[in-house]
Design a protein around this ligand. Structure first.
Ligand SMILES: [Zn+2]
Length: 442
């Protein structure tokens, strides 16, 4: 065979979890990243290549980078600030602290630490919802982690501060500018149906439609939210309100814990995605999402960590494990939500939610090389007879050895090459003093 241009990286001796249509596994396989950062070849055995960098996986699992489909990256600043309390009490404690502490530099610092934590843990793409999204995009550019974000809206004026009308005109300018080389049309993030009124929600649907942006919204997370929404919106559920205000179509719904049969039918018929965030749901005692019913209805289900203030970490391996264990226990059936489904939820289903499944989410020729090489010498991953099962029940963040985004090595031997670990940690530590002071004053 002839190779026109120089290959970038070849990964050999890998147990490749492709997450392709058939969830194929390639034993003792090779994967070659071409000069343009795409996967040029993937096959069993050896592949002819001219890459200067060769990674010998030594039998370890190689799989797509994880996709965290719901998070608030900048909230590393508030990690552990409101634990052992309800979501409503937590938000009441958090929101004044956000207004006092957040500015561009603070959101940048919080997001940078989150990107460091994410990349070291095998997350290569995140759907973010937070204030000052330009700060997150700056981190995306420097760290190379893919961050999808956009203007968010809730009743608070936020740290900018911007009243709803001003935020709307800022959002129009923001969405008009091209942001993303990956082809995203952008995001509009109404926080929820309990923190916005009917007219505001309709206005945001018009905004998204004008710019062909997608909707990222919290929905049906807690019993408290269901009551607030019913009171505010004439007895309707959050999903009904989203449908009535034209926000549901192809939206990304964070949580979806408390859903009626009618809500599930609406979600399915509107091709929306539910992002299951089991760690956050368990910690806040929010409830158990009807994942199996959503699956039966044909809904795309992705996984998220939620923000590090409610999560409390950005660990998608834990989300994979909890999601499976929770559904098995509730269904009293260990065969439900098998490992293959869980791996798809953390990878290709996330890519589908973000409408990026044509470029990421699986390891296939022509897709961008966003991938993880796990540790061949990890005692807890040995042996790995069926790698989906290994991923769903054994892998932890400590097992992530190398991470590639867009064909570039961003983590090598557990060290992040694109973010200075010391500096990222010390910046957030310093801001922690301000966070504590702002809470103590309330
Ligand atoms: Zn959230």
């Amino acid at each position: 065979m002839t190779v026109a241009s120089k290959d970038k990286i070849a990964i050999v001796n890998a147990q490749i979890v492709t997450v392709d249509k058939n969830s194929s596994i390639i034993e003792n396989g090779s994967l070659v990243v071409g000069a343009d950062g795409t996967i040029r070849a993937i096959a069993p055995g050896q592949i002819t290549h001219n890459a200067t960098e060769v990674i010998d996986a030594r039998g370890a699992i190689v799989m797509p980078g994880l996709i965290n489909s719901h998070t608030h990256l900048g909230m590393t600043l508030f990690r552990g600030l409101g634990d052992d309390m309800s979501l409503e009490d937590f938000l009441a404690r958090l929101q004044p602290a956000e207004v006092k502490v957040l500015n561009y530099a603070a959101v940048h610092a919080g997001t940078e630490l989150a990107a460091l934590e994410s990349l070291l843990g095998g997350i290569t793409t995140s759907l973010d919802m937070y204030f000052l999204p330009d700060a997150a995009l700056e981190v995306a550019n420097s760290s190379l982690m893919r961050i999808q974000t956009g203007p968010n809206f809730l009743e608070s004026d936020g740290p900018e501060p911007l009243k709803f009308a001003d935020r709307l005109s800022w959002a129009k300018k923001w969405l008009a500018a091209p942001r993303d080389s990956a082809g995203s049309t952008g995001w509009v993030a109404p926080h929820s149906t309990y923190l916005l009124d009917e007219q505001q929600l309709r206005t945001l649907a018009e905004l998204a439609s004008e710019f062909e942006a997608r909707i990222h919204v919290h929905a049906a997370e807690t019993v408290g939210e269901m009551q607030l929404v019913a009171n505010r919106h004439g007895g309707r559920t959050p999903i009904q309100v989203l449908a009535d205000t034209k926000l549901l179509r192809r939206s990304v719904l964070a949580h979806g814990v408390h859903l009626s049969d009618n809500d599930i039918a609406l979600i399915a018929s509107n091709s929306a995605t539910v992002v299951h965030c089991p760690a956050s749901n368990f910690k806040l005692a929010s409830g158990v999402a009807r994942i199996l019913d959503l699956q039966r209805a044909g809904v795309n289900i992705a996984l998220g960590t939620d923000g590090p203030a409610s999560g409390n970490d950005l660990d998608l391996w834990i989300a994979i494990r909890l999601a499976g264990y929770m559904q098995k226990t509730v269904a009293k059936d260990p065969s439900v939500l098998p490992a293959v489904d869980l791996v798809r939820m953390a990878t290709i289903n996330g890519a589908k939610a973000l409408q990026l499944d044509h470029i990421i989410g699986s390891l296939e020729v022509g897709k961008r090389a966003d991938l993880i090489v796990l540790d061949a010498d990890s005692p807890s991953l040995t042996p790995s007879f069926e790698p989906h099962t290994t991923i769903a029940t054994c892998v932890t963040r400590a097992d992530v050895r190398h991470v590639l985004v867009d064909g570039q090595i961003v983590v090598r031997d557990r060290e992040c090459l694109t973010i200075d670990r010391k500096s990222a940690i010390s910046k957030v530590r310093a801001l922690g003093k301000q966070v504590l002071a702002s809470v103590n004053k309330n």
